[in-house]
Write a protein that binds this ligand. Structure first.
Ligand code: SF4
Length: 380
């Protein structure tokens, strides 16, 4: 068996975990076959030994204890007598201390795939070292959660895991099969209900545009229906941005993916929200890559207002809509109300005029711009 390789952190976390300590429990993704996802491609999945994760927790505990009371964010790594292997854990401990040490996110793609008793041992050690921690969360695949018994999930919850982030993407079985998600609508519902029954908070991620033009309606209707069954604590929208070279519907011999325009996607979200009934979820569009980040409200009270926001975008005169699309995608606007800021608006109008962007070609132009940015690894 390989000996401890030192403190590790994986590549990603949900935006809502920006203040959390990232603790790596597994490396990469045990499934790694979703056609739209490139995060862990070519990376081999492995479980980290429980003893290694515990060694990471102890190392963070040692540094946070040493720094506590004498914390000064101006102190740089170089000011401490650290070996190179200690730098990453020191930086993680220092940042977490600065954030108040209230939450921990277990990485990578699916911590629920490990044996429940091992996850419980890790959670118990976290609680012993950091009793003040209020939230311990993780990504999980529906497939993994659905395999865990209710009693084991209740034990996991009792040991401290109190939020799970699941990438539902869609609940359309047609699309799930074509994108090789490795889960069905039924699995998504079973897993979601299990999480809720265990008393763990549930965040479901929905990928807008995943059905393209052809399956947009199916995506909206089926996903709303699954969410109605589950009633997750959070529904979070993410927008699919994909390189044209990716064969999204690789699981189908019949269909080829046709990307959907911003208006098509707004109509898709509108249809989805319209189909949500009897739930009390917080619905959020909390990623900067999303066009309409103002989608943020609590169901059922805010349903009408959220739908009105989408309808407002759809009903904008084409030239106004173009200004907003370009302003949002170029980082000049965050919300539609930013169009009322004369300085920013003028800059966006200049971009449109210099680049020849009109309401007739805006979707193709933005699609091309995002393709170029993805190729060069720039944010978009
Ligand atoms: S399960 Fe998640 S991390 Fe794994 S390939 Fe699919 S989308 Fe990517």
């Amino acid at each position: 068996m390989q000996s401890y390789q030192g403190f590790e952190q994986g590549p990603i976390r949900p935006p809502s975990e920006a203040s959390s300590l990232l603790l790596r429990v597994t490396r990469n993704c045990p499934w790694n076959r979703c056609t739209f996802c490139s995060v862990y491609k070519k990376q081999k999945f492995s479980l980290r030994p429980v003893a290694d994760v515990i060694a990471d927790i102890d190392a963070v505990h040692r540094f946070t204890t040493e720094l506590h009371g004498s914390f000064d964010p101006r102190i740089e790594l170089a000011d401490h007598q650290l070996s190179p292997s200690e730098w990453s854990v020191f930086a993680a401990a220092r940042n977490w201390l600065a954030e108040g040490m209230r939450s921990i996110f277990l990485q990578d793609a699916d911590s629920l795939v490990i044996r429940p008793e091992n996850l419980i041992a890790i959670l118990s050690h976290i609680k012993m070292r950091f009793p003040q921690v209020e939230r311990i969360t993780s990504y999980a695949r529906s497939e993994s959660v659905a395999r865990i018994s209710d009693s084991q999930l209740a034990e996991i919850a009792a040991s401290g895991l109190n939020r799970i982030h699941i990438g539902m993407e869609t609940a359309s079985d047609t699309i799930l099969q074509m994108i090789n998600k490795g889960a069905s609508k039924e699995t998504h519902i079973t897993a979601g209900l299990k999480v809720k029954t265990a008393g763990i908070e549930l965040s479901e991620y929905v990928l807008t545009g995943i059905g393209g033009r052809e399956f947009s309606r199916d995506h909206a209707i089926e996903t709303a229906d699954a969410l109605n069954h589950i009633n997750p604590d959070f529904v979070r929208f993410r927008t699919l941005h994909l390189m044209d070279s990716v064969n999204l519907f690789a699981g189908s011999e019949l269909y080829r993916y046709q990307w959907a325009s911003d208006v098509d996607q707004a109509e898709e979200i509108l249809l989805l929200l319209k189909g949500l009934y009897g739930i009390t979820s917080r619905v959020r569009s909390d990623h900067s890559y999303n066009l309409l980040q103002e989608i943020d409200g609590d169901f059922p009270g805010d349903k009408v207002q959220l739908m009105a926001t989408l309808q407002h975008f759809i009903d904008l005169p084409p030239q106004e809509r173009t200004i907003f699309q370009v302003g949002k995608r170029t980082g000049h606007f965050v919300r539609m109300s930013d169009m009322d800021k004369p300085g920013r608006r003028k800059q966006v109008e200049e971009i449109c005029s210099q680049s020849g962007i009109t309401s007739e070609n805006v979707d193709e132009q933005l699609h091309e711009m995002i393709q170029q940015r993805m190729k060069s690894g720039m944010p978009y």
